[in-house]
Each structure stands twice: as structure tokens, then as C-alpha cells.
Design a protein around this ligand. Structure first.
Ligand SMILES: *Cc1c(COP(=O)(O)O)cnc(C)c1O
Length: 395
């Protein structure tokens, strides 16, 4: 079976981890934490990077560091990984769901604007944006750079500025993805470094991995300081074992950071592999009737975290039949995410039960991703493509 994802570990990972074990610096005080954080911040051209235990805890830490909580609301895409709405719920806030773009699958800025104009009221005195149906204060937008393609950040930042909202980018699938901002003369920015805060995951199937792990990045000294304090039980600097706020233990270990540091030495090569894979798939599968391949906007450079395709009506087979047949041919695939409002967890809340997002719905029915791990060989890609062609011919 050709797996959907097989990780690739950097050359120096074993050497650096061995060093942690040999020297006894296995917990979160070792030197690799600082080295990994500094290298990551430098890579993104951002001032502060704060390591955490996962992408999920990075998202939660980011929200908590912005004081988002009870009575608040956070705008997120309707089609996303479940950690995004979870992180919002952990704080006591509620996610406000917005439909996505049919081409790049990311939150659609014009639909955010529409939600704000139709469903919210903006109080110019308090500068608060209130969702009229929940009476909650909308505090932030959390765009997710889905499957490695950046969101249209200029438009999102503009809305955020107009209504005094924070922007927390979920770049868990988009390490190194590039965005060309027209804002102040054209500049190229890395995904995760554009909003107030960016969050990353280093789970085994992400662009770089530490096994499990995450990172919060920001240019704000204040947010960074709060994130550092909250991730480490909020120890009082003046008095030992004295605590004034509720905090967490989201500390990464030195061993994970050692793996992360080694991965950072090779991140550009990993991204080249991913992009090379996308070009190869396009070459092999282009022009197949009923199969829509991922697009890359002219203002973006995707890292193609997962090679995501859409099985259209005229393909001849449903997405699920297609996946089953691919499985018989020894090719493993995964479906797209399920819209947040359709998750059983959200069904007991009338707001979500009564909502529907046509694009998210359709994508979740048509979308799947092909094997696209960093360890995938060109030969395996040809096998995948041959299997697809065979299934297509006999359907
Ligand atoms: C993987 C992922 C996360 C969560 O990261 P973990 O490290 O698995 O907790 C969050 N958001 C998105 C978009 C992801 O793909």
C-alpha cells in the first residue's frame, strides 16, 4: 500500500537527539529549545517564536495570549481541521463559521465582510463588533492556510483593521508558503508571519516535524511575553510558586526541539520536494476529465502540504467509490475535512445546526488527497497515476 504520508527526518536529527540524551538535557530547559525557536523566527523574519507541545496547543495559547475568552467570538472557516474550533472553545469563546473559497478552499474574505455587515453591529465608541445573534464580541479572525496554499491575507487584514480584530493565522499546514502582499508596495511574506500571531504544528505529517509539537510566532513583545508565561504555568517573576493567572504546561522538550532544529536545516529542501511532487502530479494527471487538480494563485506559492484533488460529477465515479477502488489498487487516500457545523459535537447548538455552507459542504463531498508524504518516490507517483488512469478507463 502506498501510504498517504510517510515522514522524512533530517540527517542530523539522530545526532542532536543523542546529544540531549547523553548530556541529560531531556526536558524543556535545554539549549535546543532556544536554538529551534531562534532559527524558526529567523526563517519567518519574525521577532518571537514560542515552542509548544502541538499545533492545537499553539492555537489555544495564541488565543489565550490575546485575552480571548468567555463572551467572545472568533471567525474561522467552516471547512477546517477540528483543532481550530476546539482551540476557540477551550477559551470559552465560540467560533463564528464562514464559508470558504471553491478554488483554494480557504476562508473567503468577501464572506467575512458579508457576515459582519449582515449579522453584526459595530459600536464606534467601544470599537466593539457584536454578533447580533449571540450578543458576543467578535474579537479575531483565524484564517487557516489549508493544504499549504496561503489565504488572501491583504483582504483579511483590511477587514481586521476596519473592525479592530486580531488576526491569528493557522499555518499548521503551510510552513514556508509564500504570500505576495500588495499592501505597501509588493513584498513577499511567509504564511504565519502576516497576522498578529501565527501558529504552526510539527506533527509527523507536517512540512517539518518534531514528532509532536507546535509554535506560536509574533512580532509583538507583549503577546510573546504573555505566551511564554502562559505556556509555563505562569510562574511569578517576583515570588516563586506564586501565581496570579490561570496557565498551562505547553512546554516542548529539548529532544523534540533537537529534531526540529535538524528539520529546519533542511526545510527548503522539504518544500522543494513538495512542490516538485505537485508539478509531477500535474504532469501525470493534467487534463483528466472530472478531476480538478489544486490551483496556485499568482500571488501565492503553495507548499502543497497534501496534494488535494476534487472528484467532479463527470468523473464517472463518486469520490468514495474512487477512493475504494484506489485502495484496491494499493493506493491510500484521505477525504477532505468535514464542515465544522456538521460535526456531531456542534449539533446541539441551534446556531450551528441551522447553518449551512454550500462550498464547504461540496468540497467535503468531492475532495480527497493523494499520497503526498515527503518520503514518496517518483516511482510511487507513477504507480498512483497509473492506478487512477486504470480506474478512470474502466468506470
Ligand atoms: C495539524 C493541524 C492542526 C493541529 O496540529 P496538532 O499538532 O496535530 O495539534 C491545527 N490546524 C491545522 C490546519 C492542522 O492541519
Amino acid at each position: 500500500m502506498i501510504p498517504v504520508n510517510e515522514p522524512l527526518l533530517a540527517k542530523n536529527a539522530l545526532k542532536y537527539v543523542s546529544e540531549c540524551i547523553e548530556t541529560g538535557w531531556i526536558s524543556s530547559a535545554g539549549s535546543y529549545i532556544k536554538k529551534f525557536e531562534e532559527k524558526f523566527a529567523e526563517y519567518l523574519s519574525i521577532k518571537y517564536a514560542i515552542s509548544t507541545t502541538s499545533g492545537t496547543t499553539a492555537l489555544h495559547l495564541a488565543l489565550a495570549s490575546l485575552d480571548i475568552g468567555k463572551d467572545d467570538e472568533v471567525i474561522i472557516p467552516a471547512l477546517t481541521m477540528i483543532a481550530v474550533p476546539y482551540a476557540v472553545l477551550y477559551t470559552g469563546a465560540l467560533p463564528a463559521l464562514i464559508d470558504v473559497d471553491p478554488e483554494i478552499f480557504n476562508i473567503a474574505p468577501e464572506k467575512i465582510a458579508d457576515f459582519i455587515e449582515r449579522k453584526c453591529k459595530h459600536d464606534p465608541h467601544s470599537k466593539q463588533l457584536i454578533d447580533k445573534s449571540t450578543n458576543r464580541v467578535v474579537k479575531a479572525i483565524m484564517p487557516v492556510h489549508l493544504y499549504g496554499h496561503p489565504c488572501p491575507m491583504d483582504e483579511i487584514m483590511e477587514i481586521a483593521k476596519k473592525y479592530d480584530l486580531y488576526v491569528i493565522e493557522d499555518a499548521a499546514e503551510a510552513h514556508g508558503a509564500l504570500y505576495s502582499s500588495k499592501g505597501n508596495g509588493e513584498i513577499i511574506l511567509k504564511a504565519g508571519s502576516i497576522g498578529d500571531v501565527g501558529c504552526f504544528s510539527f506533527y509527523a505529517n507536517k512540512i517539518i516535524t518534531t514528532g509532536e509539537g507546535g509554535m506560536v510566532v509574533t512580532d509583538s513583545e507583549k503577546i510573546a511575553g504573555k505566551a511564554r508565561r502562559l505556556k509555563d504555568l505562569a510562574h511569578s517573576p517576583e515570588k516563586r510558586f506564586y501565581h496570579t493567572e490561570l496557565a498551562f504546561n505547553y512546554r516542548m522538550t529539548n529532544m523534540q526541539a533537537a529534531v526540529g532544529f535538524a528539520q529546519m536545516e533542511e526545510i527548503d529542501r522539504f518544500i522543494e520536494i513538495k512542490r516538485g511532487m505537485a508539478f509531477k502530479y500535474k504532469e501525470l494527471l493534467g487534463n483528466m476529465e472530472g478531476l480538478t487538480l489544486p490551483v496556485e494563485k499568482e500571488w501565492a506559492q503553495s507548499v502543497y502540504w497534501m496534494y488535494s484533488v476534487l472528484v467532479e460529477k463527470n468523473f464517472g465515479l463518486s469520490r468514495d467509490e474512487f477512493m475504494r477502488k484506489l485502495r484496491e489498487e494499493g493506493v491510500d487516500t484521505r477525504t477532505f475535512f468535514i464542515p465544522v457545523n456538521e460535526q456531531p459535537l456542534f449539533q446541539d447548538n441551534e446556531i450551528y445546526r441551522a447553518s449551512s455552507f454550500s462550498v464547504a459542504r461540496e468540497l467535503s463531498e468531492k475532495g480527497l488527497y493523494l499520497p503526498s508524504g515527503l518520503a514518496l518516490s517518483e516511482e510511487q507517483m507513477v504507480q498512483v497515476s497509473n492506478a487512477i488512469k486504470k480506474i478512470k478507463k474502466t468506470s
